[in-house]
Design a binder for this molecule. Structure first.
Ligand SMILES: *Cc1c(COP(=O)(O)O)cnc(C)c1O
Length: 374
């Protein structure tokens, strides 16, 4: 089955009891034993497993070409789970340019807990090789990265990780498996904030880890999910699974619009710099051509001016909403430095733009009007 067909049908089997095409919602927290005490239908208690969560996990594993998926209540709960599965004294190499929440949990939860963490530029393979230690157990990367859209060669990093006996973990939230499949490129685990493109409508929080093989590390992550309990509610699973059905058409459209907007902004007299991997002068352009089928719906740009002028520009927008998050049907723009806090290294005049499904000309007019202050 091709991606688009899997997205419609995996985890969306017809309900054998009623013939329902859209999956029923299973709110029950507990499931009946047989007279002999067994659980032939597989479910015991909803923290351990639930039919709606099972369906979502089957869909996610199928879309990423992994053997198993584990769904969580948020993207950061999924990322927390991956690091929790390591042991105190293990060493993690993490990309310098990461979703700020990931950096935050590494520094404020896992370093005090006993993980050793090196933040480096993983796009530089010689720097990466130099950072490997005897206790390196994981290399964690994000590509395209947040918010600078840096591109990392997944196959090259996976190769270095495997030579060191470490796992390669890739946050694939921005690309989605429609555009990029890290497990096929050699990564061992993919993590997602399903809050973003999978859900797609800014109305559900969720996360997932997807493993290439169901090995001992997968079993440990599953145990931590079931015992740790950061599980998504049945309706949240249902909403993400519904979002997945339209992922392909949303993502194709959003990628096309983002590409057009990036080219428009690059020529605009009030714009200093555009970060979008589809542009030929982007430093990761050649790698992105190898590992992504389109360039995605996210871009960042620096306006000509300071922080106040960047914020004033967003204040003049009429269609594009000022809000954090991304991957929804509506276009969202955000001043990253102010949400990332005082330690942020993001330029003060940088805005991150999640391109939605509005008409492209309307978006271009909105940007142009606000930029030129017409
Ligand atoms: C949003 C996001 C996360 C965190 O996910 P939540 O669902 O907000 O917990 C992690 N990684 C990336 C790349 C994100 O965009």
């Amino acid at each position: 089955m091709k991606f688009e067909t899997k997205a419609i049908h995996l985890g969306h089997e017809v309900d054998p009891l009623t013939g329902a095409i859209a999956a029923p919602l299973h709110l029950s927290t507990t499931f009946e034993r047989e007279a002999d005490g067994s659980y032939p239908r597989g479910h015991i208690y909803s923290r351990l497993s639930n039919p709606n969560r099972d369906a979502l996990e089957r869909s996610l594993a199928g879309l990423e070409n992994g053997e198993g998926a584990i769904a969580f209540a948020s993207g950061l709960a999924a990322i927390t789970n991956v690091f929790q599965a390591l042991l105190p004294g293990d060493h993690v190499i993490a990309s310098q340019d990461l979703y700020h929440g990931t950096t935050h949990i590494l520094q404020d939860i896992f370093e005090p807990w006993g993980l050793e963490v090196s933040f480096i530029d993983v796009t530089d393979t010689s720097q990466l090789e130099g950072a490997i230690q005897p206790n390196t157990k994981m290399i964690f990367l994000e590509t395209p990265s947040n918010p600078l859209l840096k591109i990392t060669d997944i196959a090259a990093v996976a190769d270095i990780a495997h030579k060191a006996g470490a796992l390669c973990v890739c946050d694939n939230t921005w690309a989605t498996p429609l555009l990029q499949r890290p497990l096929d490129l050699g990564a061992d685990i993919v993590v997602h904030s399903t809050t973003k493109y999978f859900g797609g409508h800014s109305d559900v929080l969720g996360g997932a880890t997807i493993s290439k093989v169901k090995d001992a590390f997968f079993d440990r992550m599953r145990m931590l999910q079931q015992i740790g309990g950061a599980v998504p509610a049945p309706f949240d699973c249902w909403l993400v699974l519904r979002g997945i059905q339209t992922l392909s058409c949303r993502m194709k459209n959003q990628s096309e619009s983002a590409f057009a907007i990036a080219k428009f902004l690059q020529k605009h007299p009030h714009v200093e710099k555009v970060y979008y991997p589809g542009l030929v002068d982007h430093p990761g352009h050649d790698i992105v051509l190898k590992q992504m089928s389109q360039f995605g719906g996210m871009l960042s740009f620096q306006i000509k001016g300071n922080k106040e002028e960047a914020l004033a520009f967003t204040g003049r927008l009429k269609i594009i909403r000022r809000a954090t998050s991304l991957g929804g049907v509506e276009s969202l723009i955000e001043h990253r430095a102010s949400i990332e806090g005082p330690n942020s290294k993001t330029p003060d005049n940088l805005l991150r733009f999640s391109v939605g499904l509005e008409n492209l000309d309307d978006l271009l007019t909105d940007l142009d009007t606000a930029l030129t202050h017409k």
